[in-house]
Each structure stands twice: as structure tokens, then as C-alpha cells.
Ligand binder design. Structure first.
Ligand SMILES: [Zn+2]
Ligand SMILES: [Zn+2]
Ligand SMILES: [Zn+2]
Length: 527
């Protein structure tokens, strides 16, 4: 029997999780009543976390401070002048301080370092490194029996991997894990393969407080939480500290769900992604309704599309694989198939720009795709990948120094996209994107403002919005919430020095006018 009286949540059989073989899986259930935006549980650090290959160069492998954090507003909590030094032994991991290096060393790196020293120049994927660390630490008594038992219960999906022909690849990687971690004497070949498969299917994303992805997290207690496209909870990170927070009120004994994917995608795309990566058919409250919700809306009927787009679609069908990919399914009518092909093209371009490192090049691809979404008169602004393309356009415009362009896009996103995709004002994605817009406005104002607009009060309005939401999205004592509050104080002082009067009074009087001006800016860009 599980004692459910005091634990924040407990694991037991879940009716929502049915494995491919028909057996019921497990899920996490709430141990108490929680309100929206509350903390369920936080841990000082997850069992295992592993950085992306590129992040190994610029991120502390102990506290996960990303020293090069590039998006505007993302560096706020990074102390000035922090850099990382490589471990002298393995040269693979970097640390921001002696304290961090020492902590990692005693957590198990002292054993791992010796093994990794033999393969200094060998590139190793994050899932391989994570599995190696777990096995090495277990071998040396640095993973508790309880944690190890919890990993034992996690689903490995070995049969699914076998069925989809991916198992030989897993066996091959597992052989490397065994060999390079010097754990062949303790763990069997099958156990290592199963553990590696568990890392692949049970990992969460390691993120910064501003949601930049850094790598993967494999945690014994959190890996039991199932997916929903309409989740009632989410995982947040503050350095190494990982927490489970509510997005909606959750009653005692109600199942807790997080999302594994971008839930703003249309229904067929969500289904397809969950099936191919996690081997299940999603039957969440949202998926049960089918492709009838906001994410699946078009603004024209299939038969209303212009001849130009019909011709383009016909060209794609029969030549491009994505044109008939079930992930883009719209319907069986010829015009619905055409829309599916056009959508396939938009997603293919989205993938292409994501893989384009050069910002100016990426902008070209993004604008091309966005223009198609706009001109075809099919996409509402909040439908994917139109919205995701805009997010990337903002990031890339900032990278090339087009701050005014980025600002117009931020305004459009603020007024027409965020309230649709994330109706709750404290949804972490919304909070972080509003925060980035606030910092951009603040920067623009410091650089001399924008033609025909006073952005300073807008910056303040946005920061205040973030300040109200951050205790719910990130927690009131989080680094993020404290940084936002500090920044707000600085901004007020700045403006006070400039204005010389009672800034609060003046600002609140001007608030309606400020909002109007800001809303007007959302119409400045063509698409
Ligand atoms: Zn550190
Ligand atoms: Zn080392
Ligand atoms: Zn779903």
C-alpha cells in the first residue's frame, strides 16, 4: 500500500495510460488539493541531467547556468562575467566555479571522469552520457535503492522499439554505454539496453527559467507523470532545482498530467508525434474531442482556396513525402488533401529554418513560410506553424539587430496569439514571452525609442504583468520572480529620474492610452 496521506503525489495504476500490449501503465496522482499556479513538489536536483552537445561548451554541468544565453531577457539571472572551465581530467564537462566542480565530483564525476578520460575526443549523445552517469553512480553506491527501484518500474518500450525496427540501434548504443562506463562487470547487456531505452522515452527537457532547452532530465520520481495535451501541471527549473507546478486547480487523488510535446499543434500532428516517440495513442480530454478545437481551425473553407495554391498543392502531392504525411491530415476530399499538402510545406519550412544556424538565412525561410500562411488565407495567426514561425522570426531578428522589426512581431504576438494559445496569464510560455517583449521595449527605449511611439510605458506595463504572474508560473522565491522584481525597481527609478515627478500617478493615468498605442503596433507588420 502506498501511503497517500502526506506525499505531494503518489504513483499507482492509471486508467489513462494503456501500453501497446494492452496492459495498464502507471500515473501520478495528487496527494492534496492544489490551486492554480501552486507548487506540488520541488527537488534540489533531478537524479540525472545531461546537456546538449553544444551546451557542454558554455553551460555549467552542475548548476546549469548557461553563460551564453542569447535571447533577450534570458541572461537576467546570469551573474555578470560568469564563464565555465573544463574539467582537467575528461575535458568534457565545464563548471562555473570550484564549488560546482566539487559538488559534481562527489556526486559521482570522480568515477565517471576516469572512464571518460579514455574517450576524450569521442562525441557522445546526451542520452548515452546520461545512461553512463546513472550506471556509474549506481555501481559506486551513489544512487539510492529507492531511486533505482523507481527507474526499474519506468516503461522501457523495448517491445515497441523492436516492432518499429529501432532496437538494433538501441543495442548498439547500449554496448557503447557498457564499454565506456566500465560497468560490464555489474550490469547485464539487457539491463543496459533497457535503461538506455528508458532514458530515451522517460526524459524531460532540461530548461532555463526562461524555458531555453539545455538538455535532458531523467528523474526517478517525476518520470511516472503521464502526458496530456491539456495538462494540469508543468515542470519548471531554476538552475538544478526542478519543480512540478500546477497550471489548473487539482483535487486530491486526481491524476497529474504534464505535456511531452507542443500542445498548440493541430490534433493529427500531436497524435503522430506522441505515437512515434512515445508509442501511444493520446486519449487526453483534448484529443478525445478530435480535430475540432482552436488548434485545428482554418479561416477559409477547403473549397475556397485560390487556384494558385491549388496548383502548388497539386505539385507537392506525388512529389513530396510530407504532402501526404498523416501528421498533416485534414480530410479525404481533394481540396482537403490540398490543404494538407500546403500545411506540410509550412511545417517542412519550419523544420528547415530550425536547422538553419545563420540568422539571416533562417529569416528568409521563415518569411517565405509566413507569407504563405498569410496569403493563402488559410491560417489564423495562432495556428501552427504560423505562430511558431513568428517566435523564431523574433529570435532571429534580434540576432541580426533588427529590433524594430522584432518589436512589431512581439506586439502582434502579445495581442493576437498569446491569449489564444495560453489563455491563463501565468502560463510559463506566455510569461516568458511577455518578459522578452518587455525587455525588448526597455532596450528600444534606452536606444532612443521608436519613431512615433513611446515604448517606455509599454515596457513598464509588460514588466508589471510579468511581475504579477511570475509567483504563479515560477514561484515567488524563484530566481526569475526575484529578477523581474529587481528589474522593475530599476526601471521605475530610471523613469523617475527622467520625469522628475510622481511616476506612479502619471503612469496609471496614462495606462489606457498606453495600451491603445501598444495595440496599434500589432497592426504594423504585414503578416
Ligand atoms: Zn555552476
Ligand atoms: Zn572530468
Ligand atoms: Zn492529447
Amino acid at each position: 500500500m502506498t501511503d497517500t496521506s502526506t506525499a505531494p503525489f503518489y504513483a499507482t495504476r492509471s486508467p489513462s495510460c494503456i501500453a501497446t500490449d494492452g496492459k495498464p501503465g502507471r500515473g501520478a496522482f495528487s496527494g492534496a488539493d492544489y490551486g492554480a499556479g501552486e507548487l506540488i513538489i520541488s527537488k534540489r536536483r533531478p537524479t540525472i541531467a545531461s546537456l546538449d552537445t553544444e551546451r557542454l561548451q558554455d553551460t555549467c554541468a552542475n548548476c546549469y547556468t548557461w553563460t551564453e544565453g542569447s535571447s533577450i531577457g534570458s541572461r537576467l539571472y546570469v551573474k555578470e562575467g560568469v564563464s565555465v572551465q573544463a574539467c582537467g581530467g575528461c575535458k568534457r564537462f565545464r563548471y562555473c566555479s570550484k564549488t560546482c566542480q566539487k559538488e559534481a565530483w562527489y556526486r559521482g564525476h570522480k568515477y565517471e571522469c576516469k572512464a571518460l578520460k579514455q574517450v576524450i575526443d569521442k562525441p557522445m549523445p546526451k542520452a548515452v552520457l546520461a545512461t553512463m552517469e546513472l550506471l556509474i553512480r549506481r555501481k559506486h553506491g551513489l544512487v539510492t535503492d529507492a531511486e533505482w527501484a523507481a527507474f526499474g518500474l519506468a516503461e522501457s518500450h523495448i517491445d515497441d522499439f523492436k516492432q518499429t525496427g529501432q532496437y538494433s540501434g538501441i543495442e548498439l548504443m547500449a554496448m557503447g554505454v557498457s564499454q565506456f562506463s566500465w560497468t560490464q562487470d555489474v550490469f547485464s547487456k539487457d539491463l543496459v539496453a533497457a535503461m538506455y531505452a528508458k532514458v530515451l522515452t522517460n526524459s524531460l527537457t532540461l530548461i532555463t527559467p526562461t524555458l531555453d532547452p539545455l538538455g535532458i532530465v531523467f528523474d526517478a520520481s517525476l518520470s511516472v507523470i503521464n502526458h496530456s495535451c491539456d495538462p494540469n501541471a508543468c515542470i519548471m527549473m531554476d538552475g538544478p532545482e526542478i519543480s512540478l507546478r500546477t497550471l489548473k486547480p487539482i483535487k486530491k487523488d486526481e491524476e497529474i498530467f504534464i505535456s511531452y510535446i507542443d500542445t498548440t499543434n493541430p490534433y493529427p500532428r500531436r497524435q503522430s508525434e506522441l505515437k512515434s516517440r512515445w508509442f501511444f495513442t493520446c486519449r487526453c480530454s483534448k484529443c478525445l474531442k478530435g480535430p475540432v478545437l482552436l488548434e485545428d481551425q482554418w479561416i477559409s473553407q477547403p473549397n475556397e482556396i485560390d487556384g494558385k495554391w491549388k496548383d502548388l498543392a497539386d505539385k507537392f502531392i506525388g512529389t513530396e513525402e510530407w504532402a501526404t504525411d498523416p501528421a498533416n491530415y485534414v480530410g479525404d476530399e481533394p481540396d482537403q488533401k490540398r490543404i494538407a499538402a500546403i500545411q506540410g510545406h509550412a511545417f517542412a519550412q519550419y523544420e528547415e529554418e530550425q536547422g538553419t544556424p545563420e540568422p539571416a538565412e533562417a529569416i528568409k525561410v521563415i518569411k517565405d513560410a509566413m507569407r504563405m500562411c498569410y496569403q493563402s488565407k488559410l491560417w489564423p495567426v495562432y495556428r501552427q506553424p504560423y505562430a511558431a514561425l513568428r517566435d523564431d522570426l523574433i529570435v532571429n531578428m534580434l540576432a541580426v539587430g533588427d529590433y524594430q522589426g522584432a518589436w512589431q512581431q512581439c506586439a502582434k504576438r502579445y495581442w493576437h496569439i498569446l491569449p489564444k494559445l495560453h489563455p491563463r496569464a501565468f502560463h510559463p510560455v506566455r510569461v516568458v514571452q511577455v518578459w522578452q517583449s518587455a525587455m525588448l521595449a526597455y532596450y528600444l527605449q534606452a536606444e532612443g525609442g521608436m519613431a512615433g511611439a513611446d515604448v517606455a510605458p509599454i515596457a513598464l506595463l509588460l514588466v508589471m504583468e510579468v511581475m504579477n504572474a511570475a509567483p504563479l508560473s515560477h514561484g515567488k522565491d524563484s530566481t526569475f520572480a526575484r529578477s523581474v522584481e529587481k528589474k522593475f525597481g530599476e526601471m521605475v527609478l530610471d523613469m523617475q529620474a527622467g520625469a522628475g515627478g510622481d511616476i506612479h500617478q502619471e503612469l496609471s493615468e496614462r495606462m489606457p492610452q498606453t495600451r491603445e498605442q501598444f495595440k496599434e503596433m500589432a497592426t504594423w507588420s504585414e503578416y
